[in-house]
Design a protein around this ligand. Structure first.
Ligand code: FDP
Length: 341
């Protein structure tokens, strides 16, 4: 047995150690955020294990229920939602929860309340479950000003007020990407230890990328700026090489690749869905927060995505996010269009 190598293996930056280090920078901190995060991490490990076992355990399949979006819920969606709601409530650090799977916000009973509010999509990209393609959990965290009588108004805040955001991708490896407002850090689950280990410190998105990611099947219904932008990606007139198209159709996977390799992810408005498809609170905001923290940008077609103020908890918005310069180009096309009108 190589004891020296084993000893070295214990000097790992686990996600708990990382967050405790961050916490020590704020002497007034009582560790509430660390506790909340440890419950989110537990939820992610649980869902990861369920996703890995899905085929074996025959968890795949329809649960026979329909969620508020009118989609058939899969068993893993139901399970993941239950796991996260229980993990968050039992942390004793939350007051309001908004989940993609629940029509109404969940208000935590007074004895278990804490100062945080968590918005989340427990299992995003669920149409990819049955074929084993990467799926993920997305979350965003707000601080409440009070815990006495929380209401939905407490979560209808702009994304720029989030204190943390992240996602966990259940793919070829299980990876948790987190920002608490001081950069973006990626942790990979070591299944033998059951710990998330810091593997991607301080992720920075390249300023420009050579990949665009969009559901081109919707092209006939796009507006002018999106159509022009995608045309430019395919037939650049400035002599630059054409961009490659990559689209998994699972937001976590498409955004994760964009974050690491650069480029742009688009889910624009179209004639059939004038507000796009993706949800502001638990898809657009957390991913925009991460993009900005990594040096990229996120734009709705009208404004900076994090400046949106949602009026409903399940509100949707078009979104263009990714490398700074790539998003700059689409912003210029929308600005041109606005000048014409
Ligand atoms: P899904 O419907 O499979 O749950 O918001 C959900 C989402 O996936 C995103 O993860 C993904 O980016 C997008 O929808 C894919 O939508 P299209 O199938 O319309 O491309």
């Amino acid at each position: 047995m190589d004891h020296a190598a084993d000893a070295h293996r214990t000097d790992l930056m686990t996600i708990t150690r990382f967050v405790l280090n961050e916490q020590s920078k704020y002497p007034e901190s009582r560790g509430d955020f660390t506790i909340l995060l440890s419950h989110i991490v537990l939820g992610c490990k649980f869902v990861c294990s369920a996703v890995n076992k899905a085929g074996l355990a025959k968890l795949i399949g329809l649960a026979g229920e329909t969620n508020i979006q009118g989609e058939e819920q899969k068993k893993l969606d139901v399970l993941s939602n239950d796991v996260f709601v229980k993990a968050l409530v039992s942390s004793g650090r939350t007051s309001v929860l908004v989940s993609e799977e629940d029509e109404e916000a969940t208000f935590v009973e007074p004895s278990k309340r804490g100062k945080y509010c968590v918005v989340f999509d427990p299992l995003d990209g669920s149409s990819n479950i049955d074929c084993g393609v990467s799926i993920g959990t997305i979350f965003g965290i707000y601080t409440l000003d009070h815990t006495d009588e929380p209401t939905t108004e407490d979560v209808l805040k702009p994304g720029n007020e989030m204190v943390a955001a992240g996602y966990c991708m259940y793919g070829s490896s299980c990876m948790l990407v987190l920002s608490t407002g001081t950069g973006v850090h990626g942790f990979t689950l070591d299944p033998s230890l059951g710990e998330f280990i810091l593997t991607h410190p301080d992720i920075k998105i390249p300023n420009k990328g050579n990949i665009y990611s969009v559901n081109e099947g919707n092209a006939q219904n796009w507006d002018g700026p999106t159509t022009k932008y995608v045309e430019k990606c395919k037939f650049p007139k400035d002599g630059s090489p054409a961009k490659s198209l990559r689209y998994v159709g699972s937001m976590v996977a498409d955004v994760h690749r964009t974050l690491l390799y650069g480029g742009i992810f688009l889910y624009p408005a179209d004639k059939k869905s004038p507000n796009g498809k993706l949800r502001v609170l638990y898809e657009v905001f957390p991913m925009s927060f991460l993009m900005e923290q990594a040096g990229g940008q996120a734009f709705t077609g009208k404004k900076r995505a994090l400046d949106l103020v949602p009026e409903k908890i399940h509100e949707r918005s078009p979104i263009f996010l990714g490398s700074y310069d790539d998003v700059e180009e689409i912003k210029a096309l929308y600005a041109e269009e606005e000048k014409k009108n």
